[in-house]
Design a protein around this ligand. Structure first.
Ligand code: FAD
Length: 296
């Protein structure tokens, strides 16, 4: 698909009317790349960078994975053309990890190579623990090949993460620390919330102490964001805060006055399951959704 496709950015004047109902548009920018880029422009005006995620995961055929890799390459062209402060974030299973590690590596290399030529950073989201080795291996190889310009997510709930961080400290890329969104077995993960929070703080300290930069705090938790500010004062390491679209947005704009803030903005036709995941994880979101549905 070329950047002249129906999905590509053509300027806000040509924006189609969104088909996403208002209740879901709190969390998803729209079905098209054009709508996602328009969101990036608005965030740019408020001092917040954008991490664009085309919704899609768990592909079982090479054709599906190749199609999303091509869409990410088009998105990179659109970002470069629009001149907005945006990067992209893809799921490994969206680029073919569920088909084979070789397909994932091929698609990841193509997207990162194209993005590097256009000065756009590519992040890899982290999926469940069975994918961690393959995801970190691809990240490490591509970050070393391109001297940076790539990022990866690691999950504080996994017991392996401190050891992974020791290895990642010498890789020239960026690392986003999150608590972990997958229901993992106790054999490999901390399952109690308090223990996950403790692990998050420990990992954060390791990153601020051992990394030269490229530390991304992927959390909405005020305690973790405050802790990051303290660690920055102590170690001087540069960092950014990353939060999801639709979650604590006023805080994001306030924080952006003093810290580098990036908002993770999903878009695309597969928005319904993402929306329900956001609703399911927090009771307030459920009330918000029901109120919006009932009020028409
Ligand atoms: P929680 O532990 O959920 O909440 C702690 C506190 O934060 C709450 O008590 C409240 O004060 C505040 N808070 C949290 N949510 C809200 C809300 N909706 N509204 C108001 N206050 C709130 N997970 C993965 O496994 N892989 C990934 O690749 C991945 N990428 C991510 C990228 C980004 C940018 C972000 C922000 C998260 C990502 N996650 C990913 C999800 C992550 O693992 C957590 O599941 C998710 O962020 C919830 O944890 P938390 O740290 O935000 O806070």
């Amino acid at each position: 698909m070329s950047s002249g496709s129906a999905e590509s950015y053509k300027g806000s004047a040509a924006l189609p009317e969104s088909v996403i109902p208002p209740v879901a548009s709190r969390f998803v920018a729209g079905e098209t790349a054009a709508e996602a880029l328009e969101r990036a422009r608005r965030l740019d005006d408020r001092g917040v960078g954008t991490i664009l995620n085309r919704l899609g995961e768990h592909y079982e055929t090479r054709a599906d994975a190749d199609a999303d890799a091509a869409a990410y390459r088009d998105l990179v062209d659109d970002i470069a053309g629009a001149g907005v402060r945006a990067c992209v974030s893809a799921k490994p299973s969206q680029l073919g990890l569920g088909v084979s590690e070789a397909v994932f590596r091929e698609n990841a290399a193509e997207v990162v190579g194209h993005a590097a030529a256009n000065d756009v950073v590519v992040w890899f989201d982290m999926e469940d623990h069975t994918t961690t080795d393959a995801t970190l291996a691809a990240y490490e190889a591509l970050a070393r090949e391109h001297g940076g310009g790539v990022g990866v997510c690691v999950q504080a709930n996994l017991e392996r993460t401190p050891a992974d961080l020791d290895r990642l400290a010498s890789v020239p890329g960026k690392v986003r620390l999150v608590k972990g969104a997958y229901d993992e077995p106790a054999a490999v993960a901390h399952t109690e919330k308090a223990r996950v929070n403790e692990a998050y703080e420990d990992c954060l300290e390791t990153m601020f102490r051992d990394f030269d930069g490229g530390v991304a705090v992927g959390s909405h938790d005020p305690a973790m964001i405050d802790r990051a500010a303290v660690l920055h004062a102590e170690y001087g390491t540069d960092y950014e805060v990353q939060m999801l679209m639709g979650v604590r947005e006023d805080t994001q704009y306030d924080l952006a006055e003093t810290v580098d803030v990036w908002q993770y903005v999903p878009y695309g036709g597969k928005w319904l399951s993402y929306f329900w995941r956001r609703v399911a994880e927090r009771r307030e979101n459920l009330w918000f959704a029901l109120r919006a549905i009932l009020s028409g």
